[in-house]
Design a protein around this ligand. Structure first.
Ligand code: GLU
Length: 479
């Protein structure tokens, strides 16, 4: 039975890397008809952020990632919030001490700081110098009884190779000399990530640990802890790093990294999920569009790469546009409606559906529906008009022609694409003009722009009274 977990530390927003970790766990669990668990790792009180858990839950729900056990669903291995399990970790730390796998350390932060500085000055990697490692039991007990603040550290064996098999990287080996005597329990009695993480993975019967590469260097400590407890470790799979286009580590400086930012900018969850699924996983098909069902069917860890995965924002935009195109205007309506409302655009559902239909092929994100073509909602004020376009197409002759054409528009009974096209073509043929001589100035008068969807289509959406009045107004105000 596959049991996997997503174990975020609630420190604010959800990083796209965390979304990928959550997604791969979810896909792996569903693919194997296993159990997907959410566990909140909130034992680092200094990093605690109010509301972060709620935000995480909302974001996972938006993304469509479901959990079978967790703080909301409950389950047989709860509680699923580490700050509610601290006693368990203390008991386990005591067990380790009793068996000689851990020891109490009384070094003050000031001393540790001095040691670190001296090591840095000597050019050696900073590590605890193990001063307290060999204190006698009597001294340790006496100092604890006297209430001296202390932490509990892992007694890392000397001169051992710590090996484990990673499902993505193959065999990984660390020399135990490079492994610090990791703090397991802090002086405030809270566990560190390492202790709580493995105690819970064991208690919750996790079979596969699927997480980001940044945890790879922690894994030997975890393997030592499993050994110290006499437990069988789970299987490990470390996912490749996410990179910027220049192959540096994915950073905020080169664009958004928070899932919430993508949500707020109008990316569709299915598009983001599809995109994130491909960050490191190489499906055998050449196809790039995958529904969640396809992903569940096809996902496997064997096709996850070791090499870093570039987070290509242009590709995400392309994918989002693909997803927008796949939906019907009616499906998009409830997503676009709040955006129109935010901008105080008052329009009927039918009108908004018509705008969506007209723009669907041209937008990349949802806000584009209301921002690319604000002229669907408010008349142009020509404040940002393209001067070159205007001087080319808004000539005295063009204005004359529009004046002459207007009565034909006004008397038009059916204001639809074909009728409008017919009127414009008839006029231009009768006057020996190319249709462009009319189309450009009409577009400018009605939209204030030089580009956009087909003119007849957009006029049909905007409607006769509004279109005609905009042309009249432009003839008077636009010089
Ligand atoms: N709490 C860790 C994090 O924030 C979990 C790492 C792991 O999955 O072991 O990512």
């Amino acid at each position: 039975m596959v049991r996997v977990r997503f174990a975020p530390s609630p420190t604010g927003y959800v990083h796209v890397g965390s979304l990928r970790t959550a997604l791969y766990n979810y896909l792996f669990a569903r693919h194997h008809s296993g159990v997907n668990i959410l566990r909140i790792e909130d034992t680092d009180r200094t990093r605690y952020v109010e509301g972060a858990v709620e935000n995480m839950l909302r974001t996972m729900e938006w993304a469509g990632i479901a959990f079978d056990e967790g703080p909301v669903q409950g389950g047989p291995f709860g509680p699923y919030v580490q700050s509610e399990r601290t006693e368990l970790y203390r008991d386990h730390a005591d067990q380790l001490i009793a068996h000689g796998h851990a020891y109490a350390c009384f070094c003050t932060p000031e001393r540790l700081d001095q040691v670190r500085k001296a090591q840095q000055a000597a050019g050696i990697p900073p590590m605890y110098d193990r001063l307290c490692r060999n204190l006698s039991k009597e001294e340790t007990d006496r100092r604890i009884a006297a209430g001296e603040p202390h932490v509990v550290r892992l007694r890392v064996p000397i001169g051992e190779a710590v090996r484990f098999e990673d499902m993505i990287r193959g065999e990984v080996e660390f020399d135990s000399r490079t492994i610090d005597d990791q703090v397991l329990l802090k002086s405030d009695g809270f566990p560190t990530y390492h202790l709580a993480n493995i105690v819970d993975d064991h208690a919750m019967q996790i079979t596969h640990v699927i997480r980001g590469e940044e945890w790879l260097s922690s894994t030997p400590k975890h393997v030592l802890l499993y050994g110290a407890f006499g437990w069988e470790p789970p299987k490990f799979a470390h996912l490749p790093l996410l990179l910027n286009a220049d192959r540096s580590k994915l950073s905020k400086r080169q664009g958004d990294v928070a899932v919430e930012d993508y949500r707020d900018k109008g990316y569709l969850p299915d598009a983001l999920i599809n995109f994130v699924a491909l960050l490191g996983w190489n499906p055998s098909a050449t196809e790039e569009i995958f529904t969640i069902h396809d992903l569940i069917r096809d996902f496997d860890l064997e096709r996850v790469n070791k090499a870093g995965a570039v987070f290509n924002r242009e590709k995400l935009d392309w994918m989002n546009a693909e997803y927008i195109r796949k939906q019907s205007p009616e499906e998009l309506l409830p997503l676009v409606r709040p955006l129109a409302q935010d901008r105080n655009y008052v329009v009927s559902d039918d009108y908004l559906v018509a705008v969506i239909r007209c723009m669907q092929e041209r937008v990349r994100t949802l806000p584009d529906f209301v921002d690319f073509a604000s002229y669907f909602f408010i008349p142009p004020d020509f404040s940002d008009v393209d001067e070159k376009y205007k001087s080319k197409h808004w000539t005295p002759e063009a204005k004359e022609r529009l004046r002459a054409l207007l009565p034909d528009f006004e008397s038009l009974e059916r204001w639809d694409h074909d009728s409008l096209e017919r009127v414009v073509r008839a006029y231009s043929e009768a006057n020996g003009l190319s249709a462009g001589k009319l189309i450009h100035p009409i577009r400018l008068a009605v939209t204030g722009r030089g580009m956009g969807p087909g003119l007849f289509e957009l006029l049909a959406v905007i409607g006769k009274p509004e279109s005609v009045s905009r042309i009249h107004r432009a003839l008077v105000t636009l010089s």
